[in-house]
Write a protein that binds this ligand. Structure first.
Ligand code: SIN
Length: 330
């Protein structure tokens, strides 16, 4: 009797399985978490990656993009990647301090004169090597992505460094950025990106530093009457994943995913270059705030007061690395 029932159940299971069609392997899911708006270089790069993967590997890999800090802040996302809660992100270089000191290089004020210099450095052996600087901690860099040069926004006009004395500025969680604001006798406050608008609106802080596209997409210009076009620093990203996830992929699939990611990065960098101009223009056109330019003499004052920060971090970052990055300007 028992045997008959067992056989009947087995037959039913087989019939149901055949009716359902062949058993398909579950696609690999890549959750890509980031903190900025979708219409930014990073937002558009992530969406492009998602589309390319859907087009080419639709049945094998699915990319899910979570923008606007929906899942994790930049400070929490690296831990989330290590725990396998998400598989990829592209945090700003400023938030990797717990995993590597090398990437703090990118926060040094007035290090790169423009994005071409950044490209030259990142293509060099030293620049490429930095992507493996967190390997022992379980993270690997898959590529660099630009946003642009940072500007200073504030509740009062900042023409020379003395104007910033005593003011409170929001920064990302980077000791280099903290030292940069202390150098101008201002108070740096490490706060998540998602809180910046409210902190500015309520006047809990006086200012912040960011790129034109972040100032525009997060509407900081609506609550900051002045933006100084200082180009004093760089906002750049590293696309990261966990070694465990990446090396666990089938070789051919990993190659295809990397190819799509590289193409998405090229696209994201084009968006970044365009947005540095167009989002600045949109802010000007809004008539909501005044853009201040620096004369060569004024700019020299900012350089003179901020550049000594390099010396403080030379040991941690590595003087060779700083020299290599600086020489990419020529
Ligand atoms: C980002 O661009 O990812 C965030 C920048 C910031 O926190 O200021």
């Amino acid at each position: 009797m028992f045997r008959k029932v067992t056989m009947a159940v087995a037959a039913l299971t087989l019939t149901a399985a055949l009716a359902a069609g062949p058993v398909l392997a579950k696609p690999v899911v890549i959750k890509f978490s980031h903190v900025v708006a979708e219409n930014t270089p990073k937002g558009q790069m992530a969406n492009k990656f998602k589309d390319l993967i859907a087009e080419r590997l639709g049945d094998k890999v699915v990319v899910e993009v979570y923008p606007n800090s929906q899942l994790f802040s930049q400070n929490k996302v690296l831990e989330a990647i290590l725990l396998g809660d998400v598989q990829m992100s592209a945090p700003a270089m400023s938030v990797f301090g717990r995993y590597t000191k090398q990437l703090e290089l990118y926060d040094l004020p007035f290090l790169f004169k423009d994005i071409d210099a950044v490209n030259r450095f990142q293509a060099s052996e030293a620049g490429q090597g930095m992507m493996m600087s967190m390997e022992k901690k379980g993270l690997i860099g898959l590529g660099y992505l630009h946003n642009g040069m940072k500007q200073l926004s504030s509740s009062k006009p900042l023409q020379v460094p003395a104007d910033a004395s005593g003011l409170k500025f929001r920064i990302m969680s980077s000791d280099v950025l903290a030292a940069q604001f202390k150098a101008i006798k201002a108070t740096p406050l490490k706060k998540p990106f998602s809180e910046v608008f409210t902190l500015l609106q309520t006047r809990a802080i006086d200012g912040q530093e960011n790129t034109w596209s972040n100032i525009y997409s997060k509407k900081f210009f609506e609550v900051q009457p002045y933006i100084t076009e200082s180009n004093h620093g760089l906002l750049d990203y590293m696309i990261v994943t966990s070694t465990e996830f990446w090396m666990g992929l089938d070789d051919a699939l990993r190659t295809e995913i990397k190819k799509a990611l590289d193409e998405a990065i090229v696209f994201g960098n084009q968006v970044a270059a365009e947005k540095s101009d167009t989002d600045k223009q949109k802010i000007i056109d809004s008539n909501r705030c005044k853009i201040l330019e620096l004369s060569p003499e004024e700019r020299a004052q900012w350089v003179e007061i901020m550049k000594p920060v390099w010396g403080k971090f030379e040991k941690k970052i590595g003087k060779d690395l700083i020299d290599a990055a600086y020489s990419a300007n020529n």
